[in-house]
Design a binder for this molecule. Structure first.
Ligand SMILES: NC(=O)c1ccc[n+]([C@@H]2O[C@H](COP(=O)([O-])OP(=O)(O)OC[C@H]3O[C@@H](n4cnc5c(N)ncnc54)[C@H](O)[C@@H]3O)[C@@H](O)[C@H]2O)c1
Length: 372
């Protein structure tokens, strides 16, 4: 198969869909890999790294789209890219179609087959191609929170780990899923006094079993949150209610009960945020203050560490990418129901129910499509 990887063109996107290592694995299996010049630079991979892996470099995205049987990307195709997709071509990337009718109609009109990273599943009920980005955002949260806590950035001037004779910062993590667990691990590793709140008892049991000695956990109620934030130096918002906007768990009124200069890091901002005073910010201008409390609300946190994020995403997508290349999308989806769960669009038909429901478009069963 000819596998093409264009340079990402969405503003502030520095990741790339294929690492040189992934390219090398594909080439070793007899596939041809075509990379747009400079596609990997934002993640620290130059053209030579891809050439050494056996890939071919081309000058333009047009050449990649015109030549490749499968396009591997990171972000949803932008309007100019969607015009280059063609019937029978396979697209493997993040799509997030439900809130995006324009993109959905363009993909349907193109006749391509599109498999969305975010809807591929695993046998534990997880989303294996979203998890790496939650891991990155979670581990980054205490890092950006501790920077925000510094005096020059508007924070309380508290060192997260403390020093001998001075206690550590108190960190409260609301939501103990993928983001929250990784955030708590790093905050505890920095020496903070960490408490994780979650509403799922099985999750709390898991956290207690695995991390019992390293951080505390508590059942999440409005009362428990109200009490804990009063003494917190940093609160990390990491809740998710699948398919719904994030619940607002700290109100504006409650900010006055917190210590001046305390920091809120709202990782759930991509779902609307879990603090009433959260509004999405960018890496260029990540923090702001409301009623004396610092807020960090960057909606694409993994972009700050593009190289780590690219490699983590590549590790997760590579087995699926190789299966698609080796077998073709139809056989690969027949063999793996979790990959089939990623099928969103095929030959002008929508194949993902939640997207159809959100956009009022008829849906064809993906199981029927792969059998046809
Ligand atoms: N800003 C970014 O760059 C970025 C990057 C990755 C993920 N995210 C977002 O981070 C959020 C968390 O993602 P995740 O992968 O950890 O999800 P997850 O499903 O693994 O975990 C969410 C957890 O929240 C818990 N929860 C739900 N309601 C709660 C409540 N009221 N109180 C306490 N806990 C509650 C759930 O029980 C679950 O354990 C999502 O909104 C995700 O989109 C943001």
């Amino acid at each position: 198969m000819k596998i093409g990887c264009p340079k990402e063109i969405k503003p502030q996107e520095f990741r790339v869909g294929m690492t040189p290592n992934a390219a090398q694995e594909a080439v070793a299996r007899g596939h041809e890999v075509i990379i747009e010049t400079g596609a990997g630079l934002g993640s620290g991979f130059d053209n030579d790294a891809y050439v050494a892996a056996g890939a071919r470099i081309v000058d333009t995205a047009e050449e990649v789209f015109a030549t490749a049987d499968m396009i591997v990307k990171v972000k949803e195709p932008q309007a100019v890219e969607r015009k280059m997709l063609r019937e029978g071509q396979l697209l493997f990337t993040y799509l997030h179609l439900a809130p995006d009718p324009e993109q959905t109609h363009d993909l349907l009109a193109s006749g391509c087959t599109a498999i969305a990273y975010e809807t591929v599943t695993d046998s534990n009920g997880g989303l294996p191609l979203l998890a790496p980005m939650s891991e990155v955002a979670g581990r980054l949260a205490p890092q950006v929170g501790s920077w925000t806590l510094q005096k020059a950035n508007g924070g309380r001037g508290v060192l997260v780990g403390g020093v001998p004779g001075v206690g550590p910062a108190k960190v409260v993590v609301i939501g103990g899923g993928v983001v929250g667990t990784h955030a708590a691990q790093v905050a505890a590793g920095m020496g903070a006094d960490v408490t994780v709140l979650d509403r799922s008892l099985p999750r709390l049991r898991y956290l207690d079993d695995v991390f019992g000695g390293r951080f505390k956990n508590q059942y999440s109620t409005a009362g428990a949150t109200a009490e804990l934030i009063q003494s917190a130096d940093m609160v990390i918002g990491a809740v998710l209610i699948p398919g719904a906007a994030a619940p607002k768990l700290i109100t504006r009124e409650q900010l006055s009960t917190m210590k001046p200069g305390a920091v809120l890091v709202d990782v759930a901002i991509d779902q609307g945020g879990c603090f009433e005073t959260s509004k999405a910010t960018t890496h260029a201008d990540p923090i702001y203050e409301v009623d004396g409390i610092m807020h960090y609300c960057v909606a694409n946190m993994p972009g700050a560490v593009a190289r780590t994020s690219t490699i983590a995403l590549g590790n997760a997508t590579m087995p699926f990418m190789l299966a698609l290349a080796d077998k073709g999308w139809k056989q690969a989806c027949q063999d793996n129901p979790h990959l089939l769960a990623g099928l969103n669009v095929h030959a002008g038909q929508l194949t993902y129910y939640a997207v159809g429901k959100a956009l009022g478009i008829d849906v064809v069963s993906p199981a029927m499509v792969v059998k046809a």
